[in-house]
Design a protein around this ligand. Sequence first.
Ligand code: GLU
Length: 319
Amino acid sequence: MILAVSTFKNPSSPAIGYRGRFAPSPTGPLHAGSLVAALGSWLDARKNGGKWLLRIEDLDTPRCIPGVDHQIQTQLLACGLSWDEKIIYQSQRQDAYQGALERLNEHKCLFPCACSRQTIANTLETLGIRTPRNQEMVYPGTCRPPELRSYSIQNPTYLKKAWRLALPETCQVEFKDLALGSQSQNLNTEVGDFVLRRSDGLFTYQLAVVVDDAEQGITHIVRGKDLLSNTARQIYLQGLLGYQQPQYLHLPLVLDEHGEKLSKQTLATQINTQDEKHALLELRKAAVYLGLNNLPDSANTTIAEWLLAATLVWRSEVS
Ligand code: GLU
């Protein structure tokens, strides 16, 4: 199956009904990398006269740190990045995700899986398949039944089982990224049947993000390039669930001195927003990553003035 994206609107003409979002996971406060994603998505929304929403992706509850959601909000506001609608928390949206899972089940797109990561690793090893470091293991199809059917998902038989999406035999997804151009991923060879609900009952990011983006009417997803490899899965799910496909723009990543992506896992330092002067300094650093030039650099510039200037120089195609 080849999925191609629709044609893109001319970025210079404001998209009617543009709705963008920033969707941090509250596993740590904002760092330089997450500020780039926040600023890039905010500028794109403002440039297009659109709305910018904040969604807290607190799905993976064991990894979330209590209070960090508020800290993120305080940091964003200190940087002048205000949002337009009520904040959505993924932890409160289980029914929506369950509903989407049930719909996929009705269409015989799921199967239960009892494999642990170790079982999958062992199977791949037996098959002589090596997974490069930092890459996901491609699911070898161990629990996939020869005939797909629908299941009584709630039946206790399936307690402690994960639910995977059964991909069609050929599933090549193509799309155009507004910054990076044409993209293509073969979901069969690069991902395999992927998990939508984990064996511990938690819904996965792939399912939740697709349901939320659709239900919030998101038209433009502007986020870090680290999430690029998830996009094909999300586009495929959008198609199955009958959702509109948003446009995508993946932003450059902030790397540390070892060339690794800054992340909460590598304990990236949080941005300093203790006062306007420091917050502006952080914004200026983020702008460098976004390739924004000729912004006011005087010490007297206010954040509001700076953001206005940044909005004016923002182009949708960031390189
Ligand atoms: N919650 C994800 C993260 O913090 C971002 C999700 C997205 O933008 O699609 O990495």
